[in-house]
Each structure stands twice: as structure tokens, then as C-alpha cells.
Design a protein around this ligand. Structure first.
Ligand code: 1PR
Length: 570
């Protein structure tokens, strides 16, 4: 079988390649127009911007051959941008034309009442009356979406694109086309290669079916779908691994208490419950909670919706020289089929021989290794400081956030924030610049009568900056970040629960999704953060590493609390 992948040079095609390898399929890359002649099945995965996909195809002379391939009737699977390019145009880049196979335009999600991008796991409901054996998309599963633009599903006013709809999905009060299927064309707005076992099943079914089985029957009439009161986007649970070299130079998963990752006390009794958890027991040594790839595989198997690997000491040197970290990302990406965020050291650096290494190049190395998103920490603080000093609303296009978002799309850029509380004494007497951001301790709590603001830090909390968390979050959003990973130095490793005041403050300040992090100590802390704030995801580290709480237990508690949740049996 001539299975080919079309790579347009942006985004993480490694994920799809890993998926096909895991399923045992051989494939080749389309590297020139001539390769289309040998293709009997073609997959076009895409992330990033509509324009960059079209322009890359044009520049490499692949646009016309792609159109001809599709017109020839051979099977085509498009993913995300690989679906959007089938349309006439996109509001994202109105100056470029799409392939025009589907007679409609892609528009932008309405930001006014929900976070955009639409990021996370959502359901895909079939619109055709096909029998189950003909379906490629499982109506009982959730799939991973990440996009800001969508094709509206509206059979009454736009019947032509609706005829293509295979499934629809609801985000906020908008119903959009989440997969299309007609003749030899099948394409998904979601990422099956990042959708866990459900996604693997979908790709396997598409590759295995014969051409005749893949060709859809004559389309049936489409009925309108009214939005339901609640959409199906689930609350995400993220397992985070802070990675650094231990004193022997091996990369290990470590975990701090308020960012201090060294053993303090005399050795604890040997209470390790996992063969992965190799507790180092020497006071002063870097805490060792296990091997990164083994832990990543364990979290994937137990239902984590996303994984995060932070190289917590990479601010000290150039990550491009850090080959063990890149090897680790490659190995993890080959074993986990949910989104992977990689952070640490994403900034402009200079090699010892004087060669400049822009942040974009560092990020590109992580994407090539298998990252789906990169997380920018210290560098985001400096970029927002520069933006504020310039007095302008927009950056000059040179920051790490801007350059990476321009090349890979804003959904690929997470800004990791490390704030710390600064207590100010009497709130009424406070005359500093953060008056509007002061949080007052709640009545009846141990903090009643206290007031504080949240100060940003860099270099893993080592240096405090003259910038508040609200200023940082808003500045990062203005520069083009797609998500905020909101840590709390005060709560990190304490098990006291998420800092709800901090989360509410930041959530109110931005429209992009926010991930609550730091302090989870029980399943109740997850249900609490989702009920008490409208945060999109919650992240934990220590309790998962030490197996005090399992991800499956968190998911069960969420189901019991009536929260939209992706469960493991999918
Ligand atoms: O500044 O771009 O090089 O990025 C460095 C990254 O490393 C930042 O994302 C920063 O948050 C992280 N980092 C740096 N030093 C530490 C440290 O611990 N000494 N870890 C560190 C941050 C916080 C979370 C943690 C949650 C949940 N770790 O990642 O996983 O607090 O923990 P819990 O559930 O156990 O409470 P750059």
C-alpha cells in the first residue's frame, strides 16, 4: 500500500508519524510532486496558520498535485488545517485561497462568551444516518481539538457545506463541522493522532478499509442541530513532570516544595509504592521521583488528558545543546498519544562558539522531537516588560511568543507563570501600583484581614520582577500566547489545594484558556477548582508521582460531580 504523509514544514507531523509507527504501518513522505503518483492513500496533518499551509504547498509546487490527487478519487485524510484547506478561504488569512473543494469559508469562533482557542477534548456527533459499521468517528468518544477557526454547521442557511458534514461538535453555543466525509475525502478538525486510543482506532480504521468502504454513499439530507445548554468540552487533567539532571547527570523527574527540589530532612522511611518511583534518600540531593519516559507512559495509560515536561534548569544553558532532553521528548512522544507540552529554556540564546540561536529555533527542535506545544517562562516575563515599556498595545514581532506563534499558531504557545503572593498589610492604606489587583482574605478564613497581590518571578522563582500576574497574563495574551499555565510558588508541593483567588484573578483578566497548577492534594481539590472557577484544565505533579492519588480517581470524582470528563475506557 502506498501510504504517504504530506508535511508542509510547520507543526508537529512527528506525532502522526509516531501514531502510524505504533500501529505498525509503513509510510513515506511526500517530498516532491512526483511522489503523488505513487500514493494510494494520503494523510495531510496540519497545525498552525491556514496561510502558512497554503504558501508552503505553493512554494514547494505541491498545491496543484494535491488538488489532482484528491480529484483522482484516491483516499485522502486531512487533519485540522488539512481539513480547513479543503474550503474556499479562511477568515484567518483572507488574502489566500484554499483548495475550494468545499464551497464555504472558515470563520473565527466568537470570543465574547468563551475562551478561544477551542482547546481540549470534545465529542463529535454523527449527522448521517450511517450504520455503525460505516462510521469512522466513535460517537461515544472524545477527541482532541485545538483551533480558533471553524466551519459553522448550518444546513438551513448554508446547505452546501453541511452536505459534507460527517460529525458536528458544540463549543459554547456554536455548532461547527468537526469532520467531513464525501466520496474519497475524509477530514477531521480534531487531531486523532492526539486523541488517545479513540484516535488510534480511527486512524487504523481509515487505513485498513478498502477504497470502496471509504467512499461514502450518497449524502442524506442534513437536519439543523440546535445548541444544547451545555457544550461537550471536557475539563482537562494534566500530569506535569519537572525534569532536571540529578547530581549524577541523569535526567530525572523531580518535585519541589515551593520550588525547592532538594531533599531537606534525613532520609524518609522507604515508602515508595511504585517501581518507577526511585526515591533518592540523601539530604541535599535532587529529589528523584522516577524516570521521565516511564512516568509519561504510565500517565498516558491511566487517562491523563495531556502531559507536560518542564526542563526546570534549562534557563542556565542552551537547550539546543541539551541533547538528552530532546532524546527524552522523542522517546515520550513515541509512547503517548495525547498532547505533550515541553518547556524550559525557550529563549534567544547564543552558542559558546558565538552562533545565535533564536527562541524559534529552540522551539522548532522541540516540535520536531514531538512536542505539540511549548511553554515559555522567564522569557515571557521579559517580553511583557518590553511591551509595557514601549507603551504600545502590540509587540514588535521579535519576542519568543510572537515568533513561535507566527510559525506554529498561537495554540502551540503556552506561557508558564510563576507568581508569588506579596502581602501588603492594611489594604486601605496600600498606595502601591497594584491596588486594583489586591486580593482580600476571605471572612472566616485564616487569611481574614490580610491583603496581597501576585508578583511574577523568573528563573524558577529565584528572581522577583516588578510585574504583576495580571500584567503578565494580559501582556502574554496580547503578544499571542494561546494558553496560560498558572503555577503558584506559595502552593507548589503543599497539597493544600489550588489557589482559587489567583485563578479567578487571572481567568477574569484573559480570554485564552488557563490551566490551574500547584497545590493539588486530593481529588476534591480538582472538583473544587472546576466548580469554583471556570478554568479549563487542572495540573498536578507530586500527588501523581507519589501515587497518593491516581488520575483515574480524579476522573471518577469529576464524573460523580457532574463535570464533563474524558474517561479512560474511551
Ligand atoms: O523560565 O522558560 O526556562 O521555564 C522554566 C520552567 O520550569 C517554568 O515553567 C517554571 O515554572 C519551571 N520551574 C523552574 N523551576 C522550578 C522548580 O520547581 N524549582 N518548576 C520549576 C515549576 C511548577 C509546576 C508543578 C506544579 C504542580 N514547577 O510545574 O508541576 O506546581 O505541583 P504540585 O501538584 O506538586 O503542587 P523557563
Amino acid at each position: 500500500m502506498g501510504l504517504f504523509l504530506l508535511d508542509y514544514g510547520a507543526g508537529n507531523v512527528r506525532s502522526l508519524a509516531n501514531t502510524l509507527e505504533r500501529l505498525g504501518y509503513e509510510f513515506q513522505w511526500i517530498s516532491s510532486a512526483d511522489d503523488f503518483a505513487n500514493a494510494t492513500r494520503l494523510i495531510f496533518p496540519g497545525v498552525g496558520a491556514f496561510k502558512s499551509a497554503i504558501v508552503h504547498l505553493q512554494e514547494r509546487g505541491l498545491l496543484e498535485p494535491l488538488k489532482q490527487y484528491i480529484a483522482s478519487g484516491r483516499p485522502y485524510l486531512g487533519i485540522c488545517i488539512g481539513m480547513q484547506v479543503l474550503f474556499q478561504s479562511s477568515q484567518e488569512n483572507p488574502d489566500v485561497a484554499g483548495l475550494g473543494i468545499i464551497p464555504a469559508d472558515i470563520g473565527e469562533f466568537d470570543h465574547s462568551s468563551k475562551a478561544v482557542p477551542h482547546m481540549g477534548w470534545n465529542a463529535a456527533e454523527p449527522v448521517e444516518q450511517a450504520d455503525a459499521s460505516d462510521r469512522l468517528v466513535d460517537p461515544n468518544a472524545h477527541y482532541y481539538f485545538v483551533h480558533s477557526f471553524r466551519a459553522t454547521y448550518d444546513p438551513t442557511n448554508a446547505p452546501a457545506p453541511a452536505q459534507w458534514a460527517h460529525t458536528t461538535t458544540q463549543y459554547g453555543q456554536e455548532v461547527f463541522i468537526s469532520s467531513v466525509r464525501k466520496d474519497n475525502v475524509f477530514a477531521t478538525q480534531f487531531h486523532p493522532e492526539k486523541s488517545g486510543e479513540a484516535g488510534l482506532r480511527l486512524i487504523q480504521a481509515w487505513v485498513q478499509r478498502s477504497d470502496a468502504q471509504l467512499t461514502s454513499a450518497h449524502p442524506s439530507p442534513r437536519s439543523p442541530r440546535s445548541p444544547r445548554p451545555r457544550h461537550g468540552l471536557t475539563k482537562r487533567i494534566i500530569a506535569c513532570m519537572d525534569v532536571r539532571a540529578n547530581d549524577d547527570g541523569d535526567l530525572v523527574v523531580t518535585k519541589g516544595d515551593q520550588y525547592d527540589v532538594r531533599e531537606k530532612a534525613p532520609p524518609p522511611p522507604s515508602s515508595s509504592s511504585s517501581h518507577d518511583a526511585l526515591q533518592t534518600t540523601t539530604a541535599g540531593a535532587v529529589r528523584n521521583l522516577g524516570k521521565p519516559v516511564a512516568l509519561a507512559a504510565r500517565y498516558y495509560a491511566s487517562g491523563a488528558d495531556e502531559l507536560c515536561l518542564l526542563n526546570i534548569t534549562s534557563f542556565r544553558h542552551s537547550p539546543l545543546r541539551d541533547q538528552p532532553m530532546l532524546a527524552l521528548v522523542r522517546a515520550a512522544a513515541a509512547r503517548v498519544f495525547v498532547p505533550l507540552t515541553i518547556g524550559g529554556g525557550i529563549k534567544d540564546t547564543v552558542d559558546p562558539d558565538g552562533t545565535p540561536r533564536p527562541a524559534l529555533e529552540v522551539a522548532a527542535a522541540y516540535f520536531r522531537a514531538g512536542a505539540d506545544k511549548v511553554s515559555v517562562g522567564s522569557e515571557a516575563v521579559y517580553a511583557v516588560e518590553r511591551l509595557r515599556a514601549s507603551g504600545k498595545e502590540r509587540g514588535d514581532g521579535t519576542s519568543a511568543i510572537e515568533t513561535i506563534a507566527a510559525a506554529y499558531g498561537r495554540q502551540a504557545v503556552v506561557v508558564s507563570v510563576d507568581p508569588k503572593r506579596v502581602y501588603v498589610g492594611d489594604a486601605k492604606a496600600y498606595e502601591g501600583p497594584y491596588r486594583d489587583e489586591l486580593v482580600l482574605g476571605r471572612e472566616g478564613s485564616s487569611e481574614e484581614g490580610k491583603a496581597w497581590w501576585y508578583q511574577c518571578t523568573v528563573s524558577g522563582g529565584r528572581e522577583a520582577r516588578d510585574l504583576s500576574v495580571v500584567q503578565l497574563a494580559q501582556g502574554a495574551e496580547a503578544l499571542g500566547a494561546g494558553e496560560i499555565l498558572l503555577n503558584s510558588i506559595d502552593r507548589d508541593g503543599t497539597g493544600l489545594g489550588f489557589d482559587l483567588d489567583l485563578i479567578r484573578l487571572v481567568k477574569k483578566a484573559v480570554r485564552i484558556p488557563v490551566v490551574a497548577s500547584s497545590g493539588a492534594g486530593s481529588t476534591a481539590h480538582f472538583t473544587e477548582v472546576f466548580r469554583e472557577t471556570d478554568v479549563e484544565a487542572a495540573l498536578a505533579a507530586g500527588i501523581f508521582h507519589r501515587e497518593e492519588v491516581k488520575i483515574s480517581e480524579v476522573k471518577q470524582a469529576m464524573v460523580d460531580a457532574g463535570l464533563e470528563t474524558r474517561t479512560l475506557f474511551e
